[in-house]
Design a protein around this ligand. Structure first.
Ligand SMILES: Nc1nc2c(ncn2[C@@H]2O[C@H](COP(=O)(O)OP(=O)(O)OP(=O)(O)O)[C@@H](O)[C@H]2O)c(=O)[nH]1
Ligand SMILES: [Mg+2]
Length: 221
């Protein structure tokens, strides 16, 4: 009986996610869900990405957090559409669900967005379980988190379409073995493409930007 309840929740989420995906297709929007632990650099990556891409593409951002508008506030300097979802009124969930994104979409002028970047809540586990209707799921792991994380938290690396390894600028200051991180990721998902980057220095952002622009072109062609 309990399993049935859990299945129902996931099935309901799946059906709203399909509605969200239909909305993205109808409006020619490429939607990307960014998932990672707290502090691995989602908002920092968004700040640099939006700065790089906003004159080329019409960008919108959905920010997910339990509380505060701190992350949305960091993006206010750009003239783009931003919606903050706080999950506290939904019971303080540790991840975004499709119905929350659906509400956020109601607050956006979708006809003026080509690329929608969704920052999920900081959590390396639960966001991977809930599809939002996005086109692509991007996992982020910063090198400060350690080599073992792909092996200990495999789901997010299994479901992701791309992995960004962030904070690469810190490699020289740490004892972490970045090659070992890449090898551990490959043990879990050998097909997962990886881009190493730094939101601080900008290294790797050409490749990441190319990936985003290609996604938008494929959606709109
Ligand atoms: N050195 C270095 N620091 C970084 C980099 N990216 C982010 N940081 C720092 O890491 C800290 C957390 O970054 P955020 O962008 O807030 O991380 P987040 O994933 O959005 O965090 P939550 O939204 O709380 O989950 C901040 O102090 C950033 O300045 C990077 O590439 N290099
Ligand atoms: Mg953030």
């Amino acid at each position: 009986m309990e399993v049935k309840v859990v299945k129902n929740i996931l099935a309901q989420n799946e059906s709203i996610a399909e509605e969200n995906q239909r909305i993205f297709k109808e409006n020619g929007i490429f939607a990307v869900n960014l998932m990672s632990s707290p502090g691995s650099g989602k908002t920092s990556i968004l700040e640099r990405t939006v700065g790089l891409i906003k004159d080329e593409l019409k960008v919108g951002v959905v920010e997910g957090d339990i509380c505060t508008t701190a992350d949305a506030d960091r993006l206010k300097k750009f003239e783009i559409q931003i919606v903050q979802i706080n999950t506290e009124p939904f019971g303080g969930d540790c991840h975004l669900e499709a119905h929350m994104l659906q509400k956020a979409l109601d607050c956006l002028d979708l006809s003026s967005i080509e690329l929608l970047l969704i920052e999920n809540l900081g959590n390396l586990v639960c966001p991977a379980e809930f599809k939002l209707g996005e086109d692509q799921r991007v996992a982020i792991l910063s090198i400060t988190e350690g080599e073992d994380k792909p092996l200990k938290y495999p789901l997010i690396f299994r479901v992701a379409d791309l992995l960004l390894i962030n904070k690469i600028d810190l490699e020289k200051h740490l004892e972490v073995d970045v090659q070992q991180i890449v090898e551990n990721v490959a043990k879990i998902n050998p097909e997962l493409p990886v881009i190493k980057l730094s939101a601080k220095s900008g290294e790797g952002f050409d490749q990441w930007k190319e990936w985003l622009v290609r996604g938008v072109k494929e959606r709109t062609s």
